[in-house]
Design a protein around this ligand. Structure first.
Ligand code: DAH
Length: 369
C-alpha cells in the first residue's frame, strides 16, 4: 500500500469515526486546512518535475477529493442525527395552557357612537363629515354668531396661528359647522373626501371630534358630538321632539325613559331647547327612567332663518330642525363611567373593563349592546 493510500485510509477513517461536528472539523482542518497534511502535498506539486507531477498529481487530487467527500458525508450524518435528537427532545406539549393574549376592546365612545349611528341610520339618516380644523365662517359666522359676540368666547376656542393670508383657523368647537357645509353644498371648495354637499330635502347625522379649552370631571379638551340636521318644506318642532324621544328610548333600550324639553338659546336655532332625561342619581350610580333628577343630554331647535339664508337656502321655502348630542356623555350615562377624563387617558386596564367586544356590532334588530 502506497504512502498516499495509507494516508487516505487514515483520514477518511477518522472522518467517518468523528463522534460530533467539532471532532469532524478538527479532522478537516488537520487534512485540508491551510497547513493540513493534504494541503501540504498539493503545495509540493509545484516543486516537482513535469513527469513526476503528471504521475503524482492525479493521485494527490484524488486523495483530496476522497477526504473532502468523507468529511461531507459524515457532516450530513451528524447533522441529521442532531436534528433527530432535537425533534425527539423538543416536543410540543399541546396540553399546556396557551400564554394569555391581550385582545383589543372597542372603546366605549366608539361603541356609543356605533349605537347612535345604528339607530339614526334605521330612521333614514345618512352620514356626513367635516374637517376638524375649521374657519371662523363655518364654525361661527354662518351659524349666526354675531361678530365679537360673547357666545364666541363661550366656546373656549383653540385658535391656530394666522396663516400667510392672515386668516386664523380654529379647532371646531362643535359639529354644527358641518350643517353649514352640507347645506352650502357646491358653494364651498371642499377636499374630495368631504362628500357632504347636497340639495334639500336633507336628513343627515354628523359624528365627530370637537375641541374646547376646558378640563374637569365632565369636560375634556377633546370630546365627541353627534349633530343631526333635517331640512324639508314642512318640518316642525314636533318632528324634532318625536325623533329625539324615539332615539332616547332606543338608545337606553327601555320604554321607561322620560324626557323634558327646556327653552334655551343657541344663535343658530329659533326656537331653541335643551333636552333632559329623567334619572335617579341617589346611591352613586345613575338609573335612567326613574327618580327625581334631570340630566341634560342635548341641544336642538328649528334651524334659524338666517342660517338657512347664509347657506343659500330660501327660508320661505325650506325649514328644518337640528340637534347636537354629546356622545361621550351619553356613553357615560348608559354604561356608568363616573369621570369623562378617564375616557381619554388610554389606560388599558380601564379599556379592558369598560370596553366592548369587536365581534358584536350594534344592530337595532338584534341588539345594541
Ligand atoms: N352646537 C351646540 C353645542 O355644541 C349643540 C347644538 C345645539 C347643536 C343646538 C345643534 C342645535 O344642532 O340645534 O353646544
Amino acid at each position: 500500500m502506497t504512502e498516499l493510500s495509507k494516508l487516505q485510509d487514515e483520514l477518511t477513517g477518522r472522518a467517518r469515526a468523528a463522534a460530533d461536528l467539532a471532532a469532524l472539523e478538527a479532522v478537516r482542518v488537520e487534512a485540508l486546512g491551510k497547513s493540513g497534511s493534504v494541503s501540504e502535498l498539493l503545495k509540493s506539486l509545484g516543486k516537482m518535475s513535469p513527469d513526476e507531477r503528471r504521475e503524482r498529481g492525479p493521485r494527490i487530487n484524488g486523495l483530496r477529493d476522497a477526504v473532502a467527500d468523507a468529511v461531507a458525508a459524515r457532516r450530513g450524518e451528524l447533522e441529521a442525527a442532531e436534528l433527530d435528537a432535537r425533534l425527539a427532545s423538543e416536543r410540543v406539549d399541546l396540553s399546556l395552557p396557551a400564554p394569555p393574549q391581550r385582545r383589543g376592546r372597542v372603546h366605549p365612545t366608539m361603541q356609543t357612537l356605533d349605537e347612535m349611528i345604528a339607530i339614526f341610520a334605521d330612521m333614514g339618516f345618512s352620514l356626513a363629515e367635516g374637517p376638524d380644523i375649521e374657519d371662523d365662517f363655518h364654525n361661527f359666522t354662518a351659524l349666526n354668531f354675531p361678530p365679537k359676540h360673547p357666545a364666541r368666547e363661550m366656546h373656549d376656542t383653540f385658535w391656530l396661528a394666522a396663516d400667510a393670508a392672515g386668516e386664523r383657523k380654529l379647532l371646531r368647537t362643535h359639529t354644527s359647522p358641518v350643517q353649514v357645509r352640507v347645506m352650502r353644498g357646491g358653494q364651498d371648495k371642499l377636499p374630495a373626501w368631504i362628500a357632504n354637499g347636497q340639495a334639500p330635502p336633507i336628513r343627515v347625522i354628523v359624528p365627530g371630534r370637537v375641541y374646547r379649552s376646558d378640563s374637569d370631571a365632565t369636560h375634556t379638551p377633546m370630546f365627541h358630538q353627534l349633530e343631526g340636521l333635517v331640512i324639508d318644506r314642512a318640518i316642525h318642532m314636533g318632528h324634532l321632539k318625536w325623533t329625539l324621544d324615539a332615539f332616547t328610548r332606543r338608545f337606553f333600550e327601555t320604554e321607561a325613559v322620560v324626557t323634558r324639553f327646556r327653552p334655551h338659546h343657541f344663535p343658530f336655532t329659533e326656537p331653541s331647547a335643551e333636552m333632559d332625561v329623567q334619572c335617579d342619581r341617589s346611591g352613586g350610580s345613575v338609573k335612567i327612567g326613574q327618580g327625581a333628577d334631570w340630566l341634560e343630554i342635548l341641544g336642538g331647535g328649528m334651524v334659524h332663518p338666517k342660517v338657512l339664508a347664509n347657506c343659500g337656502l330660501d327660508p320661505d321655502e325650506w325649514q328644518g330642525f337640528a340637534f347636537g348630542l354629546g356622545v361621550d356623555r351619553l356613553g357615560m350615562l348608559k354604561y356608568g363611567m363616573p369621570d369623562l377624563r378617564d375616557m381619554f387617558s388610554a389606560d388599558v386596564r380601564w379599556l379592558d373593563h369598560y370596553g366592548f367586544s369587536a365581534f358584536q356590532a350594534p344592530n337595532p334588530a338584534t341588539g345594541l349592546s
